[in-house]
Each structure stands twice: as C-alpha cells, then as structure tokens.
Design a protein around this ligand. Structure first.
Ligand code: SAM
Length: 242
C-alpha cells in the first residue's frame, strides 16, 4: 500500500517544521510541490535530496495521471505547498479528493500537521477562537459585499487571508460595513517584520496611511464581534467566580 502524506511546511521561518515532517520528506519517493524553487530551499536547509514534481490546482490531467502512476506503483508521495498547510487556501484539494475516491483501498492518506497562517494569527490575536469562521481569500467582485455584510453580522470571530494589494480595499469595506468592530491584523508571521496591529477599520486605515511601508508582505485579517467578546468575558467572569 502506498501513502500520500499531506505535509505542512513553514509559513516564513524555516525552523517551523516538525521532526516528523522532516523525516517523511526524507523518506518518501517524491515530493509534489507548488514552486520547486521554494521547496528546494526548505529541503536544502534540512539536507534532503528528493525528486520534486510541481503540482498546481490547474495542473493538467497528465500531471495528475503521473501522480496516480506513482501511487499505483506502490510509491509514497508527500504533498506540500509553498507555505503552511496544503489544501487550506492552497492547491491539493482536488488531488486528495481524487486519490481518496480512486484509490481508497490501496493508498493511505496521512495528514502531517504543522503551521497554518490562520491558526498562528488567531493564537496570537487574543480574540475568542474556540469557534471562528475562516473565509480564506475573499472574492474580488461577485459576492464580496454580501460577504462583508456576513462578516459584520457573524456571531463568531471571522478570519480571512488578504494580499498587500487588497488590504486597504478590505479595510475600506470593513469601515463601511463593520465600522465599530475591533480588527486584528497579523502581518508577516514568523518573519523579521512580524507584527499584530489592532483597531477599528478607521484606525487601521490611519495606521497604514502613516506607515505605507508596512503595506507589504502577507496578512491575516481577523474581525472580532460582540457576541464572541461577550461570551469570552462571561467565561472569564465565571472562571474568576469559581
Ligand atoms: N496554506 C497556507 C496556510 O496554511 O497558511 C495559506 C496559503 S495562502 C495561498 C497564502 C495566504 O496566507 C497569504 O496571502 C496570507 O494571507 C496568508 N499567510 C501566509 N503566510 C503568512 C504569514 N507568514 N503571515 C501572515 N499571513 C500569511
């Protein structure tokens, strides 16, 4: 039986990888990755030499068939993305789903946990996170306004990914649809310029106007809401009473 390992890799700092992930990357027959140059850098740090097969969400059928051939031949493969956990706003979902469907009795699928930007962002945000709504990347046009209305009325902390080109636009929408909400932005997690910035949308827009040099890198945006804040303060009060 062959195995397809879905392996989480660092989101910036190359030390953020588990011992198990390193062992698996060392042991598999080949690694499926997004950008071979990015994965090569990681492998170089851990002195791993391995066949790399590039794989994207728009990969041609021939590429997918090549992956199937590997698995049918009893070989073990690891699937990684450029950063973080594969399939979480990253390529791989179709592949994992097809392998699960086509080879359920001859390929074992193993998820190897590790970093994911949304989880790291929430863990450092101080926002209630026992329940949260993750939206990945927001659509650029269709459905965008509806989604911002949903964010504004959600009963849970909402997290989404945003690029530096669109972060101001996202904050302007939040200013329009959720002007009172507390927002926490996690930027460049695990990297040199890592920071958490918080405030209302208006305050954050003023911040970026003052520090335009920080409108770069990678962002996770988290929106708090009253219900989750109330719940967390109630729980804290209860804990104090006990
Ligand atoms: N699969 C990845 C994960 O598990 O985190 C996410 C991949 S998605 C293509 C890339 C987006 O994740 C970026 O645009 C950014 O919003 C977020 N992201 C990735 N690395 C980050 C970091 N170091 N700091 C903040 N956000 C990050």
């Amino acid at each position: 039986m062959s195995t397809l390992y879905v392996v989480a890799t660092p989101i910036g700092n190359l030390e953020d990888i588990t011992l198990r992930a390193i062992r698996i990357l060392r042991d598999v027959d080949a690694i499926l990755c997004e950008d071979t140059r990015v994965t090569a850098k990681l492998l170089q740090k851990y002195e791993i030499q391995k066949t790399l097969i590039s794989y994207h969400s728009h990969s041609k059928l021939s590429k997918v068939e090549k992956v199937f051939e590997f698995l049918e031949a009893g070989k073990d493969l690891a699937l990684v993305s450029d950063a973080g956990t594969p399939c979480i706003s990253d390529p791989g979902v179709m592949l994992v789903s097809q392998v699960r469907e086509k080879f359920s009795d001859m390929v074992k699928i193993v998820a190897v946990p590790g970093p994911s930007a949304v989880i790291s962002a929430l863990s450092g945000s101080g926002l209630p996170s026992s329940e949260f709504l993750f939206l990945g990347f927001l659509p650029h046009k269709k459905g965008r306004e509806t989604l911002f209305k949903e964010i504004a009325s959600s009963g849970r902390t909402v997290a989404f990914y945003e690029s530096p080109h669109r972060i101001i636009k996202a904050l302007e929408s939040l200013q329009k649809f959720a002007p009172e909400k507390k927002i926490v932005i996690a930027r460049e997690l695990t990297k040199i310029y890592e920071e958490f910035i918080e405030g209302t949308a208006t305050e954050l827009l003023a911040h970026f106007e003052k520090h335009p040099d920080t409108i770069r890198g990678e962002f996770v945006v988290m929106v708090a809401n009253d219900r989750t804040r109330e719940q967390s303060s109630n729980k804290t009060t209860q804990a104090i009473k006990q």
